[in-house]
Design a protein around this ligand. Structure first.
Ligand SMILES: Nc1ccn([C@@H]2O[C@H](COP(=O)(O)O)[C@@H](O)[C@H]2O)c(=O)n1
Ligand SMILES: C[C@@]1(CO)OP(=O)(O)OP(=O)(O)OC[C@H]1O
Length: 407
């Protein structure tokens, strides 16, 4: 295992020694889980006074940290491929547990730039990938913020903390604060341990703990509670497929196109239409392009092939066949396989005639043949804006999608 690399630019590097005193954090360094490298920009100054700050341009109180020693110190740090540079500043984004998880999981090196005194030259900001703040208050420098982050990230690295479970249960792990804890004695100065924790009933204990987590978060951090409630609500609107050994839904799509010719009827969605030029759709059957695309979608959803497999175009029994009747047969096949239609959507691409006045009749025909509600059948029409075969009125095409549910 390669050590997680931490590099700190600080004018007070010795302060980081205290990390070694922090139990598991100190052990993370001594066991090679992480390694800490300290750089003092003062050591990168060129003048004999080792000057790291200067007066602000434009006047004003306080001194400003200079660019050169910080850039030189920064450039001396070896860069690993997955590196994140963090600048500690009260102007940064407020630190969250999510940030700590993100840095622990996605990176192998964190570089901390700690400012000091009144402020730093604005150009030092360009070194940072992220600017981070601990909150709306000011400290004398970025060291305590950097140590906070180092502590928070290191405890998430594999091996730092004995039980990974404690990371799952703790405050902020899933947006809620942690439940209360108790240990012996059972009664202390008149304060009792809640009975449920002594019951040995693990389901009841788990329910109690979850209730306490919600209640505590609601009381102490209504902002977090609101976010948690919203997240829970959005999780509930998702379809829960976890209880099924195989997914109980299938989708299918179908496409068909037929030539427009003279001396043929124009039948779409089971409705006989009139084309201004007297054209109709050519085919072995009635060439109902909408119904054909729909049947292919239904068969496709169950990987049962296409309509040609069930109604071969060279079979005389399907000559001039009414496609609605074929749809009924496909509907029966789907039912026998143990599935039902949830909903259908389709679009017919035709320059003319206007289909809109007939759309509801088409939806009704389809719904009747499949034994479903008309509201579950979508039929739309569009021109092809005079483009392509449909646009030149050489033909009419149709696309359909269907959702099936296991019965
Ligand atoms: N054969 C058609 C084609 C279209 N419509 C309806 O007209 C609307 C506009 O068509 P665009 O091709 O410009 O999208 C469309 O929304 C359809 O409702 C039609 O009825 N028959
Ligand atoms: C239903 C069938 C039957 O001949 O209709 P057709 O009019 O041939 O139409 P097409 O979409 O080319 O192929 C499907 C055939 O199986």
């Amino acid at each position: 295992m390669t050590a997680y690399r931490l590099d700190v630019l600080s004018l007070a590097p010795d302060s980081f020694q205290s990390l070694n005193e922090l139990g598991v954090i100190g052990r993370a360094f001594s066991t090679g889980i992480a390694d800490l490298n300290l750089y003092n920009p003062r050591n990168f100054t060129k003048d004999s006074y080792h000057k790291v700050d200067d007066e602000p341009y434009g006047g004003g109180v306080g001194m400003v940290l200079k660019t050169e020693p910080f850039f030189e110190a920064f450039e001396s740090i070896p860069a690993l491929p997955k590196r994140r540079v963090l600048m500690m500043t009260p102007q940064g984004n407020k630190l969250t547990q999510n940030d700590l998880w993100r840095w622990a999981k996605e990176y192998e090196q964190l570089v901390f730039i700690c400012g000091h005194y009144e402020g730093f030259d604005e150009r030092i900001r360009t070194l940072a990938d992220e600017e981070i703040s601990l909150g709306d208050f000011i400290l004398t420098g970025g060291e305590l913020a950097a140590m906070t982050i180092i502590n928070g990230v290191l405890r998430l690295l594999p091996g730092t903390i004995g039980s990974a479970e404690s990371l799952v249960d703790e405050s902020h792990a899933d947006g809620l604060l942690e439940h209360p804890h108790y240990t012996r004695p059972e009664i202390f100065r008149g304060l009792n341990v809640p009975k449920v924790l002594l019951s040995g009933n693990h389901a009841a204990i788990s329910t109690w703990r979850q209730e306490k987590r919600e209640q505590r978060t609601k009381e102490r951090r209504p902002d977090l509670y609101e976010l948690w409630v919203a997240k829970e609500a959005s999780n509930k609107t998702r379809i829960d497929l976890s209880g099924f050994t195989s997914v109980p839904f299938r989708i299918g799509n179908g496409y068909d196109i037929h030539r427009l010719v003279t001396d043929r009827p124009l039948i779409i969605g089971g409705v006989r239409l009139h084309h201004p030029e007297g054209l109709g759709l050519d085919g072995h059957s009635d060439a109902d392009v909408l119904i054909h695309s729909l049947m292919d979608a239904m068969l496709g959803a169950l990987s049962l092939g296409d309509i040609g497999k069930y109604f071969p175009p060279n079979d005389p029994q399907w000559k001039d066949a009414n496609s609605l009747m074929l749809l009924e047969k496909v509907g029966c096949l789907i039912k026998e396989e143990g599935w039902k239609v949830v909903n259908i959507d389709s679009v017919v691409i035709a320059e003319r005639p206007k289909l809109k006045p007939h759309i509801d009749a088409m939806r009704q025909n389809i719904a009747d043949k499949l034994g479903i509600e008309t509201s579950s059948v979508g039929v739309k029409a569009t021109t092809n804006e005079l483009l392509g075969a449909e646009g030149r009125e050489e033909g009419i095409s149709s696309h359909a999608v269907v959702l099936l549910e296991k019965t």
